[in-house]
Write a protein that binds this ligand. Sequence first.
Ligand SMILES: [Zn+2]
Ligand SMILES: [Zn+2]
Length: 481
Amino acid sequence: MMFFRRLIRENAIRKPGLKWRVMLMLGAIISSLCLITFIPPIAPPTAQAQQPFTGTPAAKPAYFDRLLSVIDQDGNRLIELFKDIHQNPELAFMETRTSGIVAEELRALGYEVKTGVGQTGVVGILRNGDGPTVMYRADMDALPVEEETGLPYASTKRVVQADGSEVPVMHACGHDAHTTWLLGLAKAMAELQSEWNGTLILVAQPAEEGVRGAKAMVEDGLYTRHGVPVPDYLFAMHSAPGPTGIVASAPGIQTAGSDQIDVVFKGVGGHGSSPHLAKDPILMSAHAITQYQSIVARGINPQEAAVITVGSVQAGNAANVIPEESLLKLSLRWFKPEVRETMVRGIRSVNESIARAYGMPDDQLPTLIEKSGTTPMVNDAAVIDRINPQLANLVEANRLITNFPGTTGSEDAHLLKGDHDTIQFGFIFVGVAEPALFAKAQTEGKMVPFSNHNPNFQVDLNAIPFGTKVAAMMTIGFLQN
Ligand SMILES: [Zn+2]
Ligand SMILES: [Zn+2]
């Protein structure tokens, strides 16, 4: 950790032009902390691995200045919308208030609006003559995190989950900013209809955390029952723990495949004083947790990415009672399907071997339930090659990162393609840390308040209009005849 911090300080203070590298370093650190979430760029800090834009900016399109001024004029309204959404966070598939705001805004702007897509998802369609069809997606869900920012618009919300437990709720992953960017994009595109042709589809997606929402929308009939046109292009963005003004837009793998798996060890309950009369599922679980790491260390090519994290262990209520069951919640990360297969097979094998070693019969072996998952998210190079010269008009060249290796974070935006493999895909990361706060945290060697999922995570209010501009530049650039 100290090694990372030293590098961060050197990059940030002695080489201010290399701030973009700082974000990459932070991404590497944060990627080790998060479960299912976006993780920003991760890589060793080699010049080859992360490259800023070196091409020639595109000629400024005729709409350029007008687009930016429309968004600037909308800035204060967007910031108020952001604060409102931030103060009223909702967990996955519970985003009724947020989706209501989105639906109302889109309707007022003249979009054809579909609600209840994949439970709480909203789709707005704006048809503007012949031309390409572009879908832009934002995620709406928050996290069960207790906010500690102390901001005047901090969340104090709590919610009762389906299992009866009450948890605090916070937008700790920036999905409030993502939703606001979508609302800003909606207004800008409605006002600039004379500057583009085609069909714009805006998607406010539920439940990105846990990577279930995109799949839910497609399975609910996004392109069939709900009649949403299949787009030519699908775009999305995510907040990144770098200063406002930094944008990462790179071809190739962006995020890893992931799986959420529940493992239940069965045992025989009994008195803690007489373990020989019971079969202890907690001890079995303890062995399994350490053995899982051997699958990665000894079963997988060291040059491949593979992660098995046990993020939750739930068993027992009393010191002197051996419980009947133990539940483990696992998160897997991978880039290649064969690596995933090796991990899942290995986990099953470890579970069963340990249970047998402790005397469990064949009909009482551990169960393995694959709860949810996503595939690696890959940006089409043609999309990125087309958008980056446009973005170079908005973002300083040394702040536009156009190459970095994939991260072990996960996303599900690309699953909105369903089985339409012809849809071209682009996903961009946008820095949302207030620059002075970011610099201060660096000098103190802290990763907060800009690391996703942290109780102190906060979005720079200037990133609201800035992110909207990035979204709009990307979107309008592909809606040209
Ligand atoms: Zn997240
Ligand atoms: Zn997120």
